[in-house]
Design a protein around this ligand. Structure first.
Ligand code: ADP
Ligand code: ADP
Length: 222
């Protein structure tokens, strides 16, 4: 699904965020991306979504080299990836429904399709009854679930999540984790950046660990 080959990223100004990173995440695989603040987790996720470009190396998405996509092709890549941020990046002046509908409106889906798929996504995260609410009327955990519904509404094969439980308490974090596991069970690949130690200790998934831009695997159960 995703393959990194000797990927390095140096930001303008000279900060080296990733150094010769190699890994392969298979279809339907779930993995944690761990490491201290500043280790390069966000950078790695941004490279997958072509929010940032690598300085060196190659990145393959389903066998396609996405390293040198031109800007017009990026929307087609993003359509296959559900992106979830810690701060969920919801539009606060739009309803829950409209927030989740956003990726479909970008694709110019019909209103009938939009209604069906938004309802299905909200149902999956348990928020069907909140469709008409504004995000401010929801709790933090509910807002994060709206972000997840928006990420999965066009049925991506890959979910990429950057500290999705960073602002949630333990109970809500487990709830969000269970949602990711449900998507994973039906074949969606999940790569989740986290330093939530309670999640890491209760879920024994593959772990890719970044340390100052260097990636290494941590064996399961370690
Ligand atoms: P993490 O997500 O693990 O906290 P980041 O990928 O955000 O790590 O950052 C890795 C390093 O790259 C840090 O030193 C950070 O300050 C730097 N960095 C991140 N984004 C930029 C940017 N847009 N410009 C310059 N440096 C950046
Ligand atoms: P995160 O919590 O996702 O790791 P950060 O707080 O590190 O995010 O960074 C927030 C934003 O600022 C990101 O878009 C990141 O790319 C950018 N950024 C981080 N470090 C730097 C930096 N040293 N110079 C410029 N931009 C940065």
């Amino acid at each position: 699904m995703i393959r990194f080959q000797q990927v390095s990223k140096v930001y303008r100004g000279g900060r080296q965020a990733l150094q010769k990173v190699d890994f392969h995440l298979r279809q339907a695989e779930m993995a944690f991306l761990t490491g201290h603040s500043g280790a390069g987790k966000s950078t790695l996720l941004k490279l997958i979504c072509a929010i940032e470009r690598p300085s060196d190396g190659q990145i393959f998405f389903n066998g396609h080299d996405i390293t040198r996509l031109d800007n017009s092709q990026i929307p087609f890549l993003r359509r296959n990836i559900g992106i979830i941020f810690q701060d969920h990046k919801l539009l606060m002046d739009r309803s829950v429904y409209d927030n989740v509908a956003l990726p479909l409106r970008v694709e110019l889906a019909s209103e009938k399709d939009i209604k069906r798929r938004v309802s299905a996504a909200l149902d999956k995260v348990g928020l069907l009854d909140k469709a008409r609410c504004l995000p401010v009327q929801l709790s933090g955990g509910e807002q994060q679930r709206v972000g997840i519904a928006r990420a999965v509404v066009n049925k991506p094969r890959l979910l990429v999540a950057d500290e999705p439980t960073g602002n949630l308490d333990a109970e809500l974090s487990q709830q969000v984790m269970r949602l990711f596991e449900e998507f994973n069970r039906v074949g969606v690949s999940v790569l989740m950046a986290t330093h939530d130690t309670s999640l890491l200790s209760t879920h024994d998934y593959r772990r890719l660990d970044l340390h100052q831009g260097h990636l290494r695997e941590i064996a399961r159960g370690a």
